[in-house]
Design a protein around this ligand. Structure first.
Ligand code: GRF
Length: 201
């Protein structure tokens, strides 16, 4: 391994995927390290996980900005100061605009709880049950200006069982999310499939 990828992780809530990344980064042979955790929600439980792991954190509340553009400019400034190779969205509940995505092109990835391109958007587990799907899962993908639409990096499938509720299905998918998010980062690091890092874009 030459150099570890520097990650910035963006969260809004519970942070269980952040925790999976924290745990993976604690393994000596994992090819990435977390440089910054950003939350747009001051009360996000994930911030406590980050602090417990002694990670740098930033709270950028979208409510403090008059427009999405102003919020994203602040986000861009904070991220630029960190200089991440990859920005990992982990339950980050703000849609990122085309300008922001373009500035970090090829460097933003997301985890989504469905087998994309199926079930973009919210409430994927309830919708999987409503649609009578036999198979469901999760996807790590590149972020583009279209919601939940970028190229797939890794997917994992789980069965939908007859007795499933949205909660039981979510729990089965979440266990796979925690497995494939670190796996996706490992694959990208090994493929060297990331633009060279520049301090400010
Ligand atoms: C996960 O299901 C993720 O796929 C989705 O939001 C949820 C975040 O959960 N984008 P957590 O905050 O990582 O626990």
């Amino acid at each position: 391994m030459t150099r570890k990828l520097k990650l910035a992780v963006l969260i809004s809530g519970r942070g269980s995927n952040l925790q999976a990344l924290i745990d993976a980064c604690a393994l000596p042979d994992f090819p990435a390290a977390i440089g910054l955790v950003v939350s747009n929600e001051p009360g996000a439980a994930g911030l406590d996980r980050a602090r417990k792991a002694s990670l740098d954190t930033a709270v950028i509340s979208h409510r403090a900005f008059a427009s999405r553009a102003a919020f994203e400019q602040e986000l861009h400034t904070r991220l630029s100061a960190c200089g991440p190779d990859l920005i990992c969205l982990a339950g980050f509940m703000r849609i990122l605009g085309a300008d922001f995505v373009r500035r970090w092109e090829g460097r933003i990835i997301n985890i989504h709880p469905s087998l994309l391109p199926a079930l973009k958007g919210l409430d994927t587990h309830a919708r999987a049950l409503e649609a009578g799907l036999q198979e469901h899962g999760c996807t790590v993908h590149y972020v583009t200006a279209e919601l939940d639409d970028g190229p797939v990096i890794v997917q994992a499938k789980v069965p939908v069982l007859p007795e499933d509720t949205a909660e039981s299905l979510a729990a089965r998918v979440l266990a796979e999310e925690h497995r494939i998010y670190p796996e996706a980062i490992r694959r990208l690091a090994e493929a060297a499939d990331i633009p060279p890092r520049t301090p400010c874009q």
